[in-house]
Design a protein around this ligand. Sequence first.
Ligand SMILES: [Zn+2]
Length: 226
Amino acid sequence: MSRFFSETVSCPECSASNSVRIWESINVALDPDMKGKVLDFSLFVFTCEKCGSSTKLLFPLLYHNMSNSYMVNMVFPENEGDLSRTLSDISNLFLSIQAFSSDMSLVGRDYRFRAVFNPVELAEKIRIFDNGFDDRAIEIMKQDLFEQFDSEVNGGGIADILFDFSSGRPMFVTLFNNGQQTLCHFSRTTYLGIVNNMRESYGRFSSGGCEIIDRNWAREFIAATE
Ligand SMILES: [Zn+2]
């Protein structure tokens, strides 16, 4: 089930006290409405009851989709030591959930467990998994795109590349530091080639617990398997 607690937060504009919901975990199989609020980031904004101004509010969150077999943990470790401790904590949490959920036949299924560090990364994982894609192959494709751009005129000017499915088909959105963005073609042939070629290497390269599958992961994977 989804869990939250209430906390009193002062509005930065008018200082009024507001009671806001801080979500600890969201299970979209049980609370399907919550997915939209994560994808449009409205879950991480509170609107002051007194003056109506909106303020960002970030909190760690476990996003769980049982039907598509994945969990994404959004965490905000303060330093690297905290990061490995956080990852080991959430890996243990995952194992304990697996253990007591055995009658839900989670064990043995291809459950994916990821850590991300901001709502944009969380939303991207949801888009990738809910549309049936493999985030490891997606990150490898994104890394290829980064390298293509680096060798072109725009080199160095890219803020991020994100997987997108808003048009009903897969695309990449490239965000430039100057605020511009451009859509890039998604080749299903390339995607399927990566998934098939790397099926074995993924296993060798997997920690088994909670994993960070991001641009760094893709760079290390490509370097180790070339
Ligand atoms: Zn206010």
